[in-house]
Design a binder for this molecule. Sequence first.
Ligand code: UGA
Length: 461
Amino acid sequence: MTDSRTPFSAQLRIGVSGLGYLGATHAVCMATLGYRVVGYDVDEGKVQALSRGILPFYEPGLPELLREMQATGRLSFTSDLDDVAEFADVHFVCVGTPQARDSDAADLTYVDAAFTALAQRISRRALLVGKSTVPVGTAERLTALVAEHALAPAEVELAWNPEFLREGFAVEDTLNPDRLVFGVASEWAERQLRGVYAPMLERGTPLVVADLATAELVKVAANAFLATKISFVNAMAEVCEAAAADVGLLARALSYDERIGGRFLKPGLGFGGGCLPKDIRAFSHRAEELGVGKAVGFLREVDEINLRRRARMVDLIREAAGGDLRGVRVAGLGAAFKPDSDDVRDAPALDVARMLYLEGADVRIYDPQANENAHRVYPDLEYVSSLAEAAAGADVVALLTEWREFVDADPGELGDLVAQRRIVDGRRVLDAGRYRAAGWEYSSLGGAVTTRVAADVRRAG
Ligand code: UGA
């Protein structure tokens, strides 16, 4: 493959269609590599915000980089597709693939529309690169779709280049990926992608060059594996609860086996967000379509284990409250699906808050970043703007998202605010010993937490 290497060329012009999490980050990061970049989105509001240097979502480090890149003159945004269609040598398509309204399948409306609209306008040689997470076979179907609609069918080609960035680490993950995957149908396409990613390849970033289908599958397989790992440890948590064992200790002991590893092995409220839950469902759906549903049948179980954690958390809060949630004031700490994010899509925290509310609890939610998004999804719930306000007069405190602010809270000070010193730790991140020493009734999802374990975990960081 070395003969197909293309040296880095800052002359390359990059288009990014779809300026959500993935696209906005990708556009900014491509500009940091020295390319001229035009980002396109149908959403005028998003384009205007970005053009003014305002990021429409929370991502540490990205707003600064956005403004820095805009100041270089290399990065601009538009809601006029013609501006980007003729501009770019390589178009990255980063539009969303949410779960369909009426099934577990991925909704490919936006992907289809984005590729078709670009193909209809491009009259020059260009590579269209899909980055969205899609069911295997989509790229092949899109290749046909593009050929059918293209203004210049011989000039445009399609490739797939999945993205593995995590929210909260978006810039770091994009600029220093642990691997690159190119799904290509020709050497030319591979050369284009090698050119784009030359700065990373020169640093030795591992590259897998594959066919389109494999590249699509890598992404869903990676997310399926991560989800499975989380649900595995949460299944162990269920067993630990029944057997009066400590899943924290169990996970820690497992993590020292390098074949297993400790990442994504944290027991707790489980996974949420805009990716893992819908990706495993779409994967199951696609596998069934392909007649191999049984091969990934375990993903249904992975999903169920994950959802059971939420229900179990509600049980623990109810137990802490004495068996009935009606009229009980609960401080809901967190709404985002994970810390350092304002994303509430399929957020376990918000789901728990909703279930508590439906059982009659008086829930006050505080999230350092996600209150606004959460309010949009569940306007009936009550949101407050500080930890102190959430805790004031609470009968039970529920730790739902492990923001640093919550982990670092002082049990004594928090105790002065609440009506009852009862806390349920849904993420197993609090120092049980300190809480108990400060007179709290501490319980945690996944069974016992000994003082020693909590201290060990904190020391290990
Ligand atoms: C995930 C993947 O990690 C990325 O590699 C992928 O690119 C992305 O989806 C995507 O498909 O776009 P992200 O959704 O940002 O990234 O979040 P993660 O950091 O993976 O966390 C997912 C969920 O798992 C969170 O709710 C988190 O709280 C939970 N989690 C994570 C656990 O419950 N336990 C763990 O040990 C780790």
